[in-house]
Design a protein around this ligand. Structure first.
Ligand code: ZN
Length: 442
């Protein structure tokens, strides 16, 4: 079936300007053909354009070994992906010899003037067969991070063959150097374990250099939000900042891409008094992958965490650990063991762990009660087509869970923070971090 369609403004607003969007999906409505759409029709193309079928699309991130069986199942009829300028991408899956080879149609999804979103075809790609797999390669010729979608086409309709074991890889041209920019927002109380903000910054720099061994971490800047060249007056230094309450935007994305040459391409780590969500220590979007400002350009950490009885102050060491962990999400790493909240967010129960062969996982975590089903709110303030990943306090919900019994507790991407755990990335994680950093303009 071939459909002409456009994205209904109502639905897409959720997607691009979301307050309560559903993660990993975009919602749009099909079946309405308008004059608007004719601007991007493909009349001159003899091949029919086969648009995504479903009104919900699963997302793929490059170099993610845990795409999930939903991507396998929906690949022909439409999956979306995040792509970066100049990135060279390869999508492959096992040949199904019962069918002819499909072609891949690529689409760009873009915001339109109506506050909605449009879709237009980019190109058609033919596969090569390598080692029993179809391999499609393409280059992203966009100027900025973009959202693309794909369908697989056979005889002007969706490909009906099986698409097993999908692998989506990306390689980029950007350097493996990265600088950090610590942005304290509002009043930050003295932090246990350090003597002031410069001392915290030094600790962060050391921790990042020790953890992110596949990057070269050049330096760390400290820039107070109150001294932002444009927005400074919005961020008074004598007020405790509660991300998600003092500011509607929990991610404080407007502070990303600090407008000073040299600093503008650093990773912006925003330190607030606390995140206004129960037991949440830090926040970043999965594969936020934006180092130059705007949506998805910040990693948020709190000096305190909101608890049922008030709030708890974090030590410097804990704050640093949370920053390292959230930054892992920023560059595309999932939790080593999925939490119930993750599974709800993924809308895919097959993604129980991160897919890396060298990171074990901990089934006990799912039954521990620490991350009970439905306890975490599945919807937070998403502004991106992928979901945010929050780090919860191990003391959350009054559950005693001995995370040291988990075989992945030594890894930074373990989902529960504790003093004893989380000391390294695995080799495969480090490799993906480096691949993904190379995709991201900076
Ligand atoms: Zn996390």
């Amino acid at each position: 079936m071939v459909r002409s369609n456009f994205f209904a403004p109502l639905c897409i607003r959720r997607f691009f300007d979301a307050k309560k969007a559903y993660p990993l999906f975009i919602f749009f409505t099909f079946g309405v053909l308008t004059a608007f759409f004719s601007a991007c029709s493909e009349d001159s193309d003899p091949e029919r354009v086969v648009y995504p079928l479903e009104n919900e699309l699963y997302a793929m991130f490059p170099n993610d070994p845990a795409l999930g069986d939903s991507v396998d199942a929906h690949l022909s009829t439409g999956v979306m992906m995040i792509v970066h300028p100049g990135g060279l991408y390869s999508l492959s899956f096992e040949v199904d010899s019962a069918y002819e080879a499909p072609k891949m149609q690529l689409f760009r999804i873009y915001p339109n003037q109506n506050g909605g979103s449009g879709i237009s075809k980019v190109e058609t790609v033919k596969p090569q067969v390598v080692g029993g797999r179809y391999v499609f390669t393409f280059v992203c010729e966009e100027n900025e991070k973009s959202l693309w979608a794909l369908t697989l086409v056979e005889n002007n309709d969706y490909y009906r063959g099986k698409t097993r074991n999908v692998i989506f890889e990306g390689s980029g041209k950007y350097s493996n150097h990265l600088s950090l920019n610590l942005i304290p927002v509002g009043l930050i109380d003295p932090i246990d374990g350090v003597d002031g903000m410069d001392s915290l910054a030094k600790m962060l720099l050391q921790a990042f250099r020790k953890a992110y061994t596949s990057f070269v971490i050049d330096t760390i800047y400290v820039n107070y939000a109150s001294k932002h060249p444009i927005l400074g007056s919005k961020y008074p230094s004598d007020v405790h900042w509660h991300a998600g309450a003092t500011s509607e935007d929990m991610t404080l994305a407007e502070l990303g891409g600090w407008p000073v040459k040299g600093v503008n391409e650093a990773l912006d780590i925003v330190l607030v008094h606390r995140i206004n969500e129960l037991n949440v220590l830090g926040y970043a979007a999965l594969f936020a992958s934006n180092l130059t400002g705007g949506e998805g350009s910040t990693v948020i950490v709190g000096s305190h965490v909101l608890t049922t009885t008030g709030e708890r102050a974090l030590s410097a060491e804990e704050i640093v650990k949370v920053a390292v962990h959230e930054t892992g999400h920023f560059f595309g790493l999932r939790h080593t063991t999925s939490t119930w909240e993750d599974l709800e967010n993924y809308h895919d129960l097959s993604v129980l762990e991160d897919g890396f062969e060298d990171t074990p996982y901990c089934p006990d975590l799912l039954t521990s009660g620490l991350y009970k089903k439905g306890k975490g709110k599945a919807s937070v303030d998403y502004r991106m087509p992928y979901y945010g990943v929050k780090m919860l306090d191990s003391r959350a919900y009054g559950v005693t869970f001995d995370e040291s019994g988990c075989p992945d507790a030594h890894l930074f991407m373990f989902p529960v923070s504790s003093e004893k755990t989380m000391t390294e990335f695995s080799k495969q994680q480090l490799k993906v971090l480096k691949q993904n950093l190379a995709l991201i303009p900076h």
